[in-house]
Design a protein around this ligand. Structure first.
Ligand code: F6R
Length: 368
């Protein structure tokens, strides 16, 4: 049942190319338009949406953070992302023109469920992104995008996260199609890029051994920092969460630009800092990230950099370099998180921990 893997978690990490491919299947009409089965919101209803609020917990919340970058860029609709547990109790401003998007792998998370119930009392439409057919959250929503990760047994979310990202990209592109904020050709081009992602993820998995060796050389590590920018920022947060929950090591993710506003004080000689380097592009993201990496390295950090093939500018500043396939910046989380999952999984198992059932955690959190 574990397909020759020692843990469900490892099996699920290696299933990700298939899970992403399945989550993309059947989403296009013969005419090339995007089509989402259980969308159930009419084009008119979607055109009336003036604000999107994404609510979720944990890993699903980080998928929501990536979604904000994609939805705002492609649809020009303002997006807020909020932890479900905070949302309900702050008297959020909601009305019929607000679309609330609830992201939940299990579909049973109590905080997320209470949040959508509240949103519906305020006449907002609710769309669920969910991996579990017939679970409570999609049943209580106006529309659903099901992810097709298959059952996720490992308590820590891996393939669930990647397929949530896919659903978020599809939602963003669908809204762009309906609102006409992007041309059809452009949408088709991005869908093609998404369809290439399973191969790219498989490429990253082929170099698992490099990451495993790196992980095994960190058995005595007390603390690890993760840095990212733009869509790489939620990846840094998710990488840190994986390490906390599996290896019980103190780990924190930061937006690279925030370093100088405080966290850089944490850097000590030899401290590992995992850096998600954005693709080289026309904007200044890449250069800005490199200068952040230079700063931590100058203060003694050991920099472990995830950077795209062909990025030579990073080489002088990386103590360890893990290569990622060349993909567009908004889609990079789909490949960049994979080495971080492998790192946490291997480090935790090498320390003798049960990665399928980490201490103190439950697969679905049905109490608020
Ligand atoms: C972390 C993890 C949790 C869940 C969170 C939300 O690996 O699995 O942080 O992401 O409890 O769960 P769902 O998505 O089922 O609502």
């Amino acid at each position: 049942e574990k397909d020759g893997h020692d843990w469900f978690m490892r099996k699920e990490i290696f299933e990700q190319p298939r899970a992403v491919a399945d989550s993309l299947l059947g989403r296009r009409t013969p005419a090339g338009l995007l089509h989402l089965d259980e969308m159930r919101l009419s084009d008119d209803e979607l055109r009336d949406v003036t604000k999107i609020i994404i609510i979720a917990c944990g890993t699903s919340f980080y998928a929501g953070m990536v979604a904000k970058y994609a939805i705002e860029h492609w649809t020009r609709t303002p997006v807020e992302v909020e932890l479900a547990s905070e949302f309900r109790y702050r008297d959020p401003i909601l009305d019929y023109s607000t679309l609330v998007v609830a992201i939940s792998q299990s579909g049973e998370t109590a905080d997320t469920l209470q949040a959508i119930r509240h949103a519906r009392t305020q006449r907002s439409k609710v769309l669920a992104i969910c991996n579990t057919n017939g679970s409570t959250i999609p049943r209580e929503s106006d529309a659903v995008i099901y992810t097709h990760a298959g059952p996720e047994i490992g308590v820590a979310s891996t393939k669930g996260f990647l397929t949530q990202l896919v659903a978020c990209y599809l939602l963003a592109l669908y809204v762009a199609q309906v609102k006409g904020t992007r041309y059809g050709d452009e949408i088709t081009e991005i869908v093609h890029q998404l369809e290439e992602m399973p191969d790219h993820i498989a490429t990253v998995l082929e170099s698992a051994e490099q990451v495993y060796e790196l992980a095994r050389s960190h058995l005595d590590t007390r603390s690890v920092l993760f840095l990212g920018r733009h869509a790489g920022y939620p990846v840094a947060l998710e990488g840190a969460l994986k390490l906390k929950e599996l290896a019980y090591i103190h780990a924190e993710g930061f937006a690279a630009g925030e370093l100088k506003h405080g966290p850089i004080a944490l850097i000590e000689e030899g401290m590992p800092v995992l850096c998600v380097v954005p693709p080289q592009g026309r904007d200044q993201l890449h250069e800005k990230m490199i200068s952040g990496i230079q700063e931590v390295r100058a203060r003694g950090a050991r920099t472990i950099c995830l950077a795209e093939e062909g990025d030579t500018k990073i080489e002088p500043y990386a103590d360890v370099l893990i290569r990622l396939p060349k993909v567009p910046v908004l889609l990079q989380p789909l490949v960049a998180i994979v080495p971080l999952q492998l790192f946490a999984c291997e480090l935790a198992t090498a320390m003798g921990h049960d990665v399928d059932q980490p201490r103190n955690l439950a697969k679905s959190v049905t109490v608020e």
